[in-house]
Write a protein of this length. Structure first.
Lengths: 331, 210
């Protein structure tokens, strides 16, 4: 009995060790910092596009006006949720423009890595407020973008490839105390960078798993015609791919690969042996969506999200190699 | 991984682990509740678990189903607008319109709006039969109908604001994707008139399409 008890205890302790190693091993911030730049630029683009027609989406004369947007969440129509935003209550166009200008400024700072410890959570919060206001006009792009920004907020994503890093090198060479070290963090391995990475990795796995399961309920994802029906939807189409109808083996193979890749992504992305193939298919699928189905922003953000599986050490090596020729030129 | 685990105390690791597990449950339960919905509604076990995490998931906008192009890629839903102007010809517009809304992200926002109008559509009602058989269901029907009518009116009001003094009417249009076998035999333009149909706003007993 004691021997059995000891085996069970060791077995359980093995799990605890594995859990600790998975979540609490420090990680370098370089991949997250690159992701900060991409997500920041894309969030800035999203806000700028909204600015081209701001009154059509915010305020009392928007497509979905303030009162209706609030009622869609507060139970007036029998459906209540906890999505809340102060934007339901802002009617003044001037105030909406000031708010939007502020959001654009914060997001630009986040992308450039200016006071990232502050601008990162602020950019996420402002985005969340927009999402709860823009009910009915959102799609996958808004989801993945917001999730990336949410996890970046946890990590010191401004510790490299940022204005913060430059300021630290330039002005904070000597230790000036905890606050300044927190505000301008050193680019070193931290547990928080690892937790942010792990959360985004797992969230991405869930998105693909449930995306795959949802598709597996359909008929066209099994009979191989789903890709053709997707590219033949005129409203999505940005590149005419209807010629695929003449190549049933091609479009059915694309359909089957998409379905199986999506369902098994959550398992095959972890082993080093299968990871490159899984990521390569992700890039191909999302590039296809970006080019042929008109969702360039969504395609780019999904490819960027897949970067979370790239080791920061590898990322550093690649960036150093890319920089070296220009440094030699300068020399 | 870059180095050995740091020495976080056991208590800190336990606290962070609880937060992580809570967050992961808040991520997985909403799409699971979508997939486990059936003849008895939501799965009772998933529904019970979700009750606890739903406020957090909804507040953080992580309560999504992730059903992209699923279960099957289908037709698009558009909004057709008719603007009557005094002493001028009738002005007709279609939303989304890739020639009118640019850049593509702005076009896509309008496209999602027209899809949303279809998603929340609830026919007029409830019927007398439903009122007699199930008052609760009938009340829910009325609420969903009110939701559709409010959003519909909001869209009309927006267009009236854009076109002051004009009369505005909107209706829903379905844009079908051609059947593959028909297309292989006789390719047609994706904008062929035969692929568009008007979705009428009428009680469910009648044929809802034209």
């Amino acid at each position: 009995m004691n021997q059995h008890g000891s085996s069970v205890k060791n077995w359980l302790l093995g799990y605890v060790d594995a859990w600790d190693q998975f979540w609490f091993t420090p990680r370098q911030p370089h991949t997250l910092s690159i992701l900060r730049i991409i997500a920041g630029v894309m969030l800035l683009y999203s806000h700028l596009v909204l600015a081209t027609d701001l009154s059509a989406f915010l305020g009392d004369t928007a497509w979905v006006n303030n009162a209706t947007a609030r009622q869609l969440h507060d139970g007036t129509f029998g459906i209540s949720d906890y999505g809340r935003t102060y934007l339901w209550f802002i009617s003044s166009p001037t105030l909406l423009w000031l708010h939007h200008g502020f959001a654009i400024g914060v997001t630009a700072c986040f992308a450039l890595g200016i006071l990232t410890r502050i601008t990162s959570p602020l950019a996420w919060f402002l985005q969340l407020m927009y999402l709860h206001r823009l009910t009915g006009t959102l799609f996958g792009f808004d989801q993945i973008l917001t999730y990336i920004v949410m996890y970046l907020m946890l990590a010191p994503s401004g510790s490299c490839y940022s204005v913060d890093a430059w300021l630290r090198r330039r002005f904070i060479s000597i230790d000036r105390g905890r606050f300044w070290n927190w505000l301008f963090p050193e680019a070193k391995a931290t547990v928080l960078a690892n937790i942010a990475t792990r959360l985004l990795q797992l969230h991405l796995c869930l998105i693909y798993l449930f995306g795959g399961i949802s598709k597996a309920r359909g008929q066209t994802w099994w009979d191989g015609t789903a890709v053709w029906y997707s590219v033949s939807n005129y409203e999505y189409q940005s590149l005419d791919m209807t010629w695929l109808s003449g190549y049933p083996r091609l479009f059915s193979a694309m359909t089957h690969v998409t379905l199986f890749w999506e369902v098994f992504y959550c398992a095959l992305v972890w082993p080093r042996l299968t990871r490159p193939f899984v990521i390569a298919i992700a890039v191909a699928v999302h590039a296809g969506i970006a080019i042929a189905l008109g969702m360039i922003t969504f395609g780019i953000m999904m490819i960027a999200a897949n970067m979370i599986f790239i080791s920061p050490v590898w990322m550093q090596h690649v960036l150093v190699r890319l920089r070296r020729p220009s440094q030699q030129d300068e020399g | 991984m870059d180095s050995e685990p740091v020495l976080l105390t056991k208590r800190v690791r336990l606290l962070i682990s609880i937060l992580i597990i809570g967050h992961l449950l808040a991520l997985v339960l909403p799409p699971l509740s979508v997939q486990t919905r059936g003849s008895i509604g939501q799965s009772p076990s998933v529904s019970t678990a979700l009750d606890f995490f739903e406020p957090y998931s909804q507040a953080l906008y992580i309560d999504r189903g992730y059903a992209f192009f699923a279960p099957d890629p289908g037709p698009s839903h558009l909004i057709q607008v008719a603007i009557s102007r005094p002493e001028e010809p009738l002005l007709e517009k279609m939303y989304p319109d890739r020639n009118e809304q640019w850049p593509r992200l702005l076009y896509h926002r309008h496209f999602m709006l027209s899809e949303f109008m279809h998603e929340i559509y609830q026919p007029p009602g409830p019927s007398e039969e439903l009122l007699k058989a199930n008052r609760q269901e009938a009340r829910y029907w009325s609420l969903l109908r009110a939701r559709y009518k409010h959003v519909h009116q909001s869209l009309v009001d927006h267009l009236k604001h854009e076109h002051p003094g004009d009369e505005v009417a909107i209706r829903r249009i379905e844009h079908l994707v051609p059947n593959l076998i028909d297309y292989q035999q006789e390719p047609i333009e994706l904008t062929d008139k035969r692929l568009y149909r008007v979705l009428l706003d009428q009680p469910i007993e009648q044929d809802a399409s034209e």
